[in-house]
Structure formats: C-alpha cells, structure tokens
Design a protein around this ligand. Structure first.
Ligand SMILES: Cc1cn([C@H]2C[C@H](O)[C@@H](COP(=O)(O)OP(=O)(O)O[C@H]3O[C@@H](C)C(=O)[C@@H](O)[C@H]3O)O2)c(=O)[nH]c1=O
Length: 180
C-alpha cells in the first residue's frame, strides 16, 4: 500500500498493492491497522455507501455539521471519476483550498477525506460505481451542500452536467454554514 501526500496534509491518496494473476486481480481494499498507520490516527467507520452514476453526473459538494461530521474513504470501482475534497475548516490555513484526483477502476486509488471537508465527484466515464466508508452515520438534518462551481475547483471539461435538485440549488461557499 502506497500513501501519497497531497497539498493538504490531512488528505491522503492511498494506492493499494494489487496482485494480478491469470485469474484477474486481488487487493486488500481496507486494512484497519495499515490505514490507521498511514493517516496517523485511529478511525472507526460506521457506514458503507455505494452509488451508481451516469456520465456527467456531479454529486456534491457535500458535508455534515458537528456532531455528525464525516471522514470518508472513497473509491471508484467501475469507471472513472474526478474526485474533490474542499477544506472548509474555518480555522485551517488551507481553508477554501481543495485536493482533486482521478479515481478509477483501473488505478484502484482511494482518497481519505477527513472530517471538516466538503466532498464531490464528477463522472467522466460512461457510468461509474462509487463506494465509500464513513466515520459517522448519515444525518439529513446536519447534511449540507455547497455549490459545486463556487469553490475555485478546476473541473474537467464536460458537455452535459447532471445534478440533483438539491445540489443545483446549493449556496455558494461564501454563504454556506460551515463546520467549526
Ligand atoms: C448520503 C445518504 C443518502 N441517503 C438517501 C437520501 C436520498 O433519498 C438518496 C440520495 O441521496 P443524495 O442525493 O444525498 O446522494 P449523493 O448525492 O450521492 O450524496 C453523497 O454525495 C457524495 C458526494 C458524498 O460525499 C456523500 O457523503 C453523500 O453526501 O439516498 C441515505 O439513505 N443515506 C445516506 O447516507
């Protein structure tokens, strides 16, 4: 397992060791001891999510307020997405900065997004299946969205964007209710 640092120290790209053979491949998609060593702290995941999205779907930018702020370990198991984590911790020196990376079924990469970040992704392939673990349960009362285009992210070019009604009508970062 290789850990790749990003421009925001708390956000890590994780590249598992993939064992290929004549049958296909095998890899450990999650190993708690190795993961905790890699990010330098203990975590406990309580929920796994799986979404399927068509080309041009953009989900995000999503986060939850305290006390249900979620850390997320995300990956794409079919297709390819452009994945983004935006630092929205008010006291952070990198507030408003983001980390983006391609996650795909081919590169097997995972992105660790700690609590205090907004997260989103854009589907670049014909379709994509996205799987992630979260450190807190979903809480619709504390869930918030920031408008995808308001956080200075350089999204890849797209022809037709598919957004949920909630995401299309989200407030810009400058007006969003932020976590502490
Ligand atoms: C997020 C979530 C949604 N739902 C339900 C609510 C709704 O009816 C349906 C679809 O919800 P959404 O439109 O919010 O799904 P989606 O836009 O895929 O939301 C996700 O986006 C990515 C970017 C994230 O980072 C996630 O944390 C999550 O917010 O699923 C749950 O039951 N549990 C959950 O944990």
């Amino acid at each position: 397992m290789k850990i790749i640092d990003t421009a925001i120290p708390d956000v890590k790209i994780i590249e598992p060791q993939v064992f290929d053979d004549a049958r296909g491949f095998f890899y450990e998609s999650f190993n708690q001891a190795r993961f905790e060593k890699a990010i330098g702290r203990n975590v406990s995941f309580v929920q796994d999510n799986h979404s399927y999205s068509l080309h041009g779907v953009l989900r995000g930018l999503h986060y939850q307020l305290s006390p249900r702020s979620q850390g997320k370990l995300v990956r794409c198991v079919i297709g390819e997405v452009f994945d983004v984590a935006v630092d929205i911790r008010k006291s952070s020196p990198t507030f408003g900065h983001s980390v983006s990376t391609m996650l795909s079924a081919n590169n097997h990469r995972q992105l660790w997004i700690p609590e205090g970040f907004a997260h989103g992704f854009l589907v670049l392939s014909e379709a994509a299946e996205f799987i992630y673990k979260t450190t807190e349960y979903w809480d619709p009362q504390l869930e918030r969205t920031i408008l995808w285009s308001s956080a200075g992210i350089e999204w890849p070019e797209f022809s037709e964007l598919k957004l949920s009604i909630k995401d299309a009508g989200a407030p810009p970062l400058a007006q969003a209710e932020l976590p502490e």
